[in-house]
Every structure is written in structure tokens, then in C-alpha cells.
Design a protein around this ligand. Structure first.
Ligand code: FES
Length: 221
């Protein structure tokens, strides 16, 4: 395995791969697909095809495994909702496929991404076998956050309804959707997306990182 920092390609898009091969050469990175990379090696940069099935779960996983990596995702077509969802899932750079290499080049030139601080949440063993809201963090981000365990992993969201301030984690939770206990607004806890009003905005989500059997909240500086 090469000793230069790893650029992990979670994408098979030939146009993107060609552009990233050339970018890797410019920045002294070794570009590899996950199946050809040493699993013990921590990548400096990870690129994810956001159009691939399971891409958003992969993003959450990537962000949790390598909190210090620069994570980039590409979309085939501009789609604001998916773009924002990718950022919420931990993407540092999101771009359309043709613009990804240029966006990444610019980001690499600007230096390491700001990762923010870690707020310890709970030992993963404590949440084993539990689904739904598994933890409430009263002030880790300056306002309450609830952590939900759904099929795809742990997801941390603002715990205050943007409509009139009810505590969302006290509402019903089904298939990754929480229903506000006061007036029934619904939100997808994996992306923060508002699915039903009267609330008219999404809720904030926060990336989480598991390390040493502990889950942490990553809070922007
Ligand atoms: S407070 Fe949540 S819908 Fe009104």
C-alpha cells in the first residue's frame, strides 16, 4: 500500500474517477476503491456517490469512522433537498459530478476542514437493542438535542419543534419519523426534513462519531 495519504473513492462514476485520479496526483494522494484499500488506514479524503443506493447511510458511517477526513459527495443532478441532506449527514463538500474535482481542489487548497468539538453522549452498549429516542442532550449544542436509533444508525436532531417549541422526542416515532406531540408536525430524524406541518422548516441535525465504544456529538465551532 502506498504511504501517501489515501483518497477513498466510494464512487464508480468514470468521469468523477478520472477527474479525481488527476487531482490525487496533484495533491500527493493515493486514490483507491474501498475494496482495494487497507481497512486499517485512515483516509485523508473520502468521496461518495450520492446517487448510489444507501449513499446517505454510507455517509453517516464514513463520518463516524473517520471524523477527521475531508468528506465529499457528488450528485448527478442539482437537487437542493438532497444537497442539504448530504451536508447534514456530514459532507464537507457537495457538488454536481462535473464540478466535484474543482470544488474539492478548492477545499484542499483552503486546508483541513473544521471539525468542531466533540460532546460525549453515551456508551454504545447502553443503547444496544433499543430503538427510537435513546438519549437527550440538554445543552450540548446550546439547545436540546435528541438522539434516535433507527435501522441505519444513530441520528442526532434538534429536540425543539420549530412551530411552537414542543419537545419532539416526547412524540410518537415510527420508521424514522417523529411526530410532534403538540400539533402533529412530522420530521425525518435521519435528515431533519419536515414531512408535515404546521411547522414550516426542517430541524437541525448533527453528525455523530463513535470512538472507543462511545458516541459523540460533533458540534460546529
Ligand atoms: S409545536 Fe410542533 S407542531 Fe406545533
Amino acid at each position: 500500500m502506498g504511504s501517501s495519504p489515501l483518497l477513498l473513492l466510494w464512487t464508480a462514476d468514470p468521469k468523477v474517477v478520472r477527474a479525481l485520479d488527476s487531482l490525487a496526483g496533484e495533491h500527493g494522494l493515493t486514490a483507491r476503491r474501498p475494496d482495494a484499500a487497507d481497512p486499517a488506514e485512515t483516509p485523508a479524503v473520502v468521496v461518495v456517490d450520492l446517487d448510489a443506493p444507501g449513499a446517505y447511510d454510507a455517509l453517516v458511517d464514513v463520518r463516524g469512522r473517520w471524523p477527521d477526513a475531508l468528506v465529499a459527495g457528488h450528485l448527478g443532478l442539482p437537487d437542493r433537498e438532497r444537497w442539504l441532506a448530504a451536508e447534514r449527514a456530514g459532507c464537507d463538500v457537495v457538488a454536481n459530478r462535473g464540478a466535484l474535482a474543482a470544488a474539492l481542489r478548492k477545499r484542499l487548497a483552503a486546508g483541513a476542514p473544521r471539525r468542531g468539538r466533540r460532546v460525549p453522549l453515551f456508551a454504545l452498549n447502553d443503547a444496544a437493542g433499543r430503538l427510537g429516542c435513546v438519549h437527550k442532550e440538554p445543552a450540548g449544542t446550546g439547545e436540546p438535542v435528541a438522539v434516535y436509533h433507527v435501522g441505519s444508525g444513530f441520528h442526532a436532531c434538534a429536540d425543539r419543534c420549530p412551530h411552537a417549541g414542543a419537545t419532539l422526542s416526547e412524540g410518537e416515532m415510527e420508521s424514522g419519523v417523529v411526530t410532534c406531540p403538540r400539533h402533529g408536525s412530522q420530521f425525518d430524524v435521519t435528515t431533519g426534513q419536515r414531512l408535515r406541518g404546521p411547522a414550516d422548516t426542517d430541524i437541525a441535525t448533527y453528525p455523530t462519531v463513535s470512538d472507543g465504544g462511545q458516541l459523540y456529538l460533533l458540534v460546529p465551532d
